[in-house]
Design a protein around this ligand. Structure first.
Ligand code: ADP
Length: 327
């Protein structure tokens, strides 16, 4: 549905987007992720025909954003970070105005306006002036204007920025409910948002593409998707290297790391082979050896930690590993 090839954009001497390529399939809901200044808004503005690229090519539903902007605009709904609203208009008045701008036939305008107001949960304020609405309601009116012409593609720039937690949840639910019918690209720098809403991610940093992948794969790629932390008390019946060796022999285990020692107590981090979870076998092995299993817990990287790794903003991802001595 969206193809981006070798796209670059310079503002004077700033290279905002630097030779990025990605594609988004029909019906996908994709998180466009990157720290502030990464080039997300610039890319979205090119995709929505607001400005031309310096180099490269982007197509939406097969139409070139530069050469066929009218065809592209028909198929795209765009919600910029600040929704393009007219505060002196009522919600219903504004949405019918947008419907006319987007060439919806006169006979369909009233029905379509009612539909999107219902869909975006703003029907209860339809007669209110936009200037009187809360930020959450304004955002929903912004979404309503983006979908009023039933576009194939929705491009949402930081759709939950500035909202309170309840409004954030409502907006995320609304966006999720729009997936399936629409292909959605949603820019954000909020990682939990991606985990809550998106199936795939495109990560950019300093104008460069870092990766595109599914949320699940991204977590696995961090390598610790199947890791556990074990705390074992050998009660005088085994030392660190003995326990280490025994854990390494457990079927499915790929790596054992010694993390901490205090007397007879040891903490290990144990990784399993992909698609294996050695937890039950590990527990059994410890008990069979006559040791006490004080703790066995999963260690997974959050998407946030993976993101910080990939964008080079963090030297060591945080895990719940106990550093230093045994507690
Ligand atoms: P993001 O949306 O990821 O925060 P932007 O696309 O807004 O990133 O910005 C990417 C880079 O381009 C930043 O360094 C920003 O300062 C710069 N930039 C954005 N818009 C302009 C502009 N109109 N003129 C000059 N530089 C700009």
């Amino acid at each position: 549905m969206i193809q981006v090839e070798g796209l670059s954009k310079n503002y004077a001497r700033t290279v905002a987007v630097n030779d990025i390529s990605f594609s988004v399939d029909k019906g996908d809901i994709v998180g466009f992720l990157g720290p502030n200044g990464a080039g997300k808004t610039t890319t979205m503005r090119i995709l929505t025909c607001f400005m031309p690229p310096t180099a490269g090519k982007a197509t939406v539903a097969g139409f070139d954003v530069f050469e066929q902007p009218f065809e592209v605009k028909k198929r795209i709904g765009y919600l910029p970070e600040t929704p393009p609203l007219y505060p002196e208009m009522s919600v219903a008045g504004y949405l019918s105005f947008v419907a006319r701008l987007k060439n919806i036939p006169n006979a369909d305008i009233k029905r379509r306006t009612e539909e999107v107001m219902g869909r975006c949960a703003v029907a209860d304020v339809k007669s209110k002036l936009i200037s009187k609405l809360s930020r959450g309601y304004r955002q929903r009116v912004g979404l309503a204007q983006a979908i009023i012409h039933n576009p194939d593609v929705l491009i949402l720039d930081e759709p939950t920025s500035g909202l309170d937690p309840k409004q954030i949840n409502e907006t995320r639910e609304l966006i999720k409910s729009l997936s399936g019918e629409h292909t959605i690209i949603l820019s954000t720098h909020i990682l939990p948002e991606v985990e809550a809403v998106c199936e795939k991610v495109i990560i950019i940093n300093k104008g460069k593409l870092v990766t595109t992948d599914s949320v699940e794969n991204l977590k696995h790629r961090a390598g610790l998707g199947n890791a556990v932390q074990l705390q074992i008390d050998t009660a005088g019946n085994g030392d660190a290297s003995g326990v280490h060796q025994r854990l390494e022999q457990v079927p499915g285990v790929s790596k054992v790391l010694d993390k901490a020692v205090s007397g007879d107590r040891f903490i290990f981090e144990v990784e399993s082979l992909p698609d294996r979870n050695a937890r039950a076998d590990l527990a059994r092995a410890v008990v069979h050896a006559g040791w006490n299993l004080l703790e066995l817990k999963s260690l997974t990287y959050s998407l946030e930690e993976v993101f910080l790794e990939l964008t080079g903003s963090n030297s060591e991802p945080q895990s719940s590993t106990v550093a230093g001595g045994v507690q």
